[in-house]
Structure formats: structure tokens, C-alpha cells
Write a protein that binds this ligand. Sequence first.
Ligand code: SF4
Length: 786
Amino acid sequence: MGKTKHPGPQKKVAMPAPKHWVSPIPFGLGKVKPKHIRDTMKTLWDNRDNFGYATNILTKGVCDGCALGVSGLHDQTLTGPHICTTRLNVLRLNTAGAIEPEILHADIDELRKYDSTQLRKLGRIPYPMIRRKGERKFSRITWDEAMDMIAEKMKKLDPKQYAFYLTSRGITNESYYVAGKVSRFLGTNNIDNASRICHSPSKTALKRSIGVGASTSNYQDWIGTDVLLFWGSVASNSSPVSSKYMLEAKKKGTKIIVVNPYKEPAMDKYWIPSNPESALFGTKIADDFYQVNIGGDIAFMHGIMKHWFEMEESKHGSAINHQFVEEHVNGYEEMKSKVQEQSWDDIVASSGITQERIIELAELLANSKNAVYAWALGLTMHSFATDNISQVANLALLRGHLGRKHAGLMPFRGHSSVQGSGEMGADPFVLPGGDFYGDNIKRIEKLWGFDLPDWQGDIVGVTLENILLPEDHERKIKMYYLSGGNFLETMPDPNFVEKALSDLDIRVHQDIILNTSTLVDAKEAVLVLPAKTRYEQEGGGTSTSTERMVYFSPEIEGNKNQVEEARAEWKIYIDLAKRVKPVTAHLVNFKDAQEIRNEIALANPNYDGIQHLKKAGDVFQWGGAWLCEDGTCPTPDGRGNLISVDIPELGKKEGQFIVTSRRGKQFNSMVYNEVDPLNGAGRYDVLMNAEDAQDLSIAEGEGIVLYNGFGVFQGRAKFVDITRGNVQVHFPEGNFLLPRGRYEKYAGIPDYNITVTLEKADRFNARKDVEHYEKRIEEDELDAPA
Ligand code: SF4
């Protein structure tokens, strides 16, 4: 796609830059800040029984933490060490020994007393287990017994009645690929992955806007671009080493702008442990914050473009890159009229940003030759997420900020390997190398040698709903095969999720550790299969980073806590295929991981090169340094598409708040600390604006209640710098406020934002019997965003 190759790591600027320091007082003494040294010592202690293996993982393996991606301790962006506490925290998942038998086989209600953090700390799943209907304990079974039971059930079911799901817990491209192929071989297209609940709209929006659903830029583009714009992303917390690149960018004169309702402390000031200067004195990260309303981003971007068109009226070419638009972009006139029909009043009301401030950012971007636009879940977890992201692409296309050094679009992905899940075809709409559609189906059928199911599979949220369809419905899901994941703690409406999980005939959990979902009942049986980690997989495995680097992670020796019965995930899928359809199973058989990589290179032409990755440190970047290089997009006509979008209606009534969720000291749904060291917030703190609190006579620390027609959240008020009318709670604790079934219409991500009423707990509790519980639910109901 792109012809320019990534140049590899560049040298850091050696000179310290005191102007970016938080304070000349070393180590941020007296400030609320991450405790990196303490966290590192804790990791050393946690891994003391398997220290050599832990060291081997860190020095030879590809990080299974975030999607920034690193092999060993050195990355592709900057020379120097690359390590962070997120990686150190997840390390124990790979070095832990098996769960003690007396705990593992205790009464299920004893196990249910543990939360997911405690379950994780118990250790690894040691062998296949089953808990049949009515049984109080898990019992050990053999692999043969477990796989036969799963296969027998599958043979009895219509393939539309079972489904596969894969999380992103370090799963390799090889496992995603084999899962996608085996599920279609078995006859089901019900296969989905964890990106459905984080970044699927990024892919959908980028495909329609520029023809390719991946980051067009790389991290080096940050360093020296004029503006690095983070939209709904706390990159320094989700991918801590990215803050090192931010500091380097600032030293090269880059302005960092953050758009977020909450002035996130980690994007304001950060102490970067792997940079001595920053570790000592801290780094002021953002040059400016725009504290937009939750859901007000589309309006904000309309405001930026509206001012651009106003600038154009005074001087042609003062804001729009006309040459780029003429040569490379469709839909200019339609876009212009859509933007011009928006009133400033509507823009300001929806965004919560004043016209003057919007103009400031508009002019900064108009005067910037280069900009990189990065975003994360603040834009993707909405019912209008695809429009949010196409709107970002609209900005880049109008300015020509695409397809070259220091300019591009960058979805900032969360978990190591999640980028590869869709690219390998573990997605109901996607096959390797293209969509589940038209010629690509024919191409893959030819390569694989069997017919693919000719019906559209369902996304994870719909699959969960389909479990509760009437018994005789042809799409009633009766068996769910889960490779990791904890729906109870990631999906909206956990009560519904629990009901759905327990209504399956058979649920399979192929995993490393137990979590709360594993402990839910099923109508016939819950089967638990011990998976290998990415570092144990025979023949190694690959994972794809946010910037499209495909890294090879070798099999790593020296695990003193080896789980003897654990199996590589791709091998388990093949075993299943052999038991369900023994006569033709050779079509999905692979003798080793290399053979899988050889086939991936054919199935997904972007991955041509994966077959040559063989040892630690081997890496290639698919698509080259920049997608859409020189403005040529992989769309049918080679041009980017401006997409006109409407300002969404949020259904917020007078006096209500909009709530969204945020991550604290956690990695995805795995919580590592009850208190967020970045702001001192506890898991049940509600982050709110002090003036809003004053209006409701709420004191800091006071018990408050958020409620709507779907749920109630009881927490404590914590005053922070957040835009009025907006509140934040932690994920997943706040999921009880969210209804099921509100999906983004193009990408199917659930909407994780909702309107709520907020009041003092005393007031709520005094009136709850008469004013809430006896009230018809529609009266508390809100209009969910369309
Ligand atoms: S920033 Fe991400 S890729 Fe780098 S070490 Fe931390 S978790 Fe791993």
C-alpha cells in the first residue's frame, strides 16, 4: 500500500528540556502521581518464584500488555529501554502456577466469593474441568472427554445455534486465524472478538472514509508534527510508554492538544519511568485541553470546519488544502453545505466549548502543515461512533493531513493483538484480506477448499441476546465457545448478561485464569479448558500493534510453573474440528505455527512477510510507514470520502447528567488497584464538577446516587476538573446503568454513555419507595441516543 518503509528506531534528543518539567522538585514529591518504583518492586516480589522466566519474557517476548507493541525491551520508535508498569502488572498471568486444588474444587459459592481480581491471583487453570447442571463443584476431566462432549453437542446443533468469541488477552494472530477458519469450517459465521467493544467503529469509519481500517501513521510521526491531537484518549495511562514519544515530540516543537470532558491528570502531567529526566522532574504533556461534553465531539468538529469555511470566505486557501481536496477527496460541496447549515448556537450547546475556543483550535490546525489525529474509546464507545470517527477523518482530509510523514489518522488501540483479530477474520463481517462479502468470499473458499456459511453471523451483543430467544427459534444460541473474555464485567446490563450466560446449554471457557463469568451456571454444563499463554505456544506466535507492526514472539523456555495440560489455542480449535467433522478436517489442519503463518501470508496479502518472521525481534510493518501515501487511498476510485454527519441528539433532559466510564488503575477489565494513583479516585467515586455539586448541595465525599430507567449506581462525589453536566464512573462498575441492545448502527459497539439523574444518597433513599420503585419505568426512562 505505502511505498515508504519505516526507518526503525531514531535517537532521542539528549538535552534535557526544563520547560516541559512539572516541577524542579524531584520525583513529584507531594504530588498525586503514579508510584512506578513501588509498582516495579511489587512485580519483582510477585514473580519471585519464577524470576528467570519472567526475565526471559520481558527480554525476548512481545509485550502482551497494550497495543503499542514492543519486542523485548526495545521498540521501533526510539532507541533506549521500553518497559512500563502495565506490562509488569500483566506479567504474573504468564508466570503464575496452577490454582490450588482445594480452592479450585471448592463449592461454587465459595469461589463466587472472590472477585475477578482475587480469582486472577489464584493462578492458572491447571487442567480441563466440568461443572454439570446441579453440581456444586468443578471436577477434573480429560482433554478427550471435554473435547468429545463439546463436539457431540456441536454435531447436534444447527451451526447458527453456536458461536465463538475471542478476547484480546495476548491471543496471537495464529490463534485468531485458525479460530476464524475453523468456525467457518464447522458451518458458523457467529464469531466475534473483543474489538467489538472497543475499536470496531474505528475500522468501520476509516474504511468508508479512506478505504482502510487501520492507523495510517506510526508513532514516529508524532515526533515533530505541528499538532498531535488526542481525542477521547488517555494514551499516557493506557499505553504508558507513549508518553515517552510525547516528550520527544514536545522537544521537537509539537503542540499536544487533548479533547476530553475530564482534564485527565495523566495527560496533564506524567512521570515517565524509562526517561530519567521525566522520572525525576515529570513532564507537562498537554499544551491545551478542550473539555468537550460527552457526545459533543461531532458538534465540536463541525465548529472547527465551520470556522475553516468562514476563513475561506476572507481568503481562499487559508484553511482548506484545496490541492489535496481536488486531487484526492470526494464530497467537498456536500460537506461544506452540511457544515454551513450548522448554527454556532447548536455547535456550542452540543460541544460545551465556546465559539472563541473552537476558533482557536480551528486556526491552530489551519496554520499547521502537519497534524496527527489520535483517538480512543472516548470517540468509539458511542451509538454514533462511526460518525464521530469519520468526522475526524473529515478534518484530516480537508487539511490534507494524511499519508505522509507527520500527518495521519491513528486509532489508539488498547490490547496487544487486538489489531490482528479482525485482520485474521475472527469477525462476522470480515475474512482474512477483506470483508465477508462478494469476491473475497470466493477467494477465501478457493484458498481454504470448502464453502463458507452463506449467512451473516452476529456480533457479540446480539449473540448474547439470541441466547434468550424461544426454544424453537433457528438462531437461538445454545452453546457459546469463549476464548477468554468476561462479559459479566465488560458488557452493559450485567444482570441480563448473567441470565443469558446461564441459559446456554453448554458454555466453554478456554482461558488462562478463572473470572466471574466462568462461575455462572449453565443448563447442561460449563467446560473449562486450560490455554497456553502466547509465550508457551509451540513455534511462537505473532501479534500486530496499533501502528501495524507485526511482531514475532518466540516460545520462551524456563517456566518453573509450567501448566502441563495447557494447550496452544490454535491446536484446540483444530482438535475440535477433527472431532466434529473428522472426514474433512484435514482442510483446517496445520502441522505447526509456521504453516499457519505461511497460509496467513496468502489469505491476507497485507500480511505477506509474516511467513519470514522466525526469531525474537523479527518484525515487519504491513502497509509501509504510511497508508494512503501521497493521498492515494485504497478506495475503489483512490480518493478519500468526506462524510457528512449530523449532530447527535443525546436525549438529555433539563437537570440530567451524562455519564461515561473511565479506567482507573486497571488494564481493560482487570483492576490492579482500588485507588487510581493518578487522581486518588476510588472505584466507586463519581467524578463530577464542583459547581454542579454545589447546585445540588452535595459535599465532596458525600454519598450520591446516579439512576435512570435501567439501573442505580451508588457512589461518592469526587470533585474534579470536568465539564459541567458530565460525570464519570469507573468501568465496569458503572455498567449497571447501561441497557442492553443499544448498538452503534454500523459497527455494533454497545453505547457506554447514558443520561442519568444525580442526587444525594440521603434524598434518594428517603424517597425511593414512593418516587422510584413505584413509578412506572417509562417515567424514569430516557431517550437513548438514536
Ligand atoms: S507501553 Fe504497552 S507495549 Fe509498551 S511495555 Fe507498556 S504495555 Fe507493553
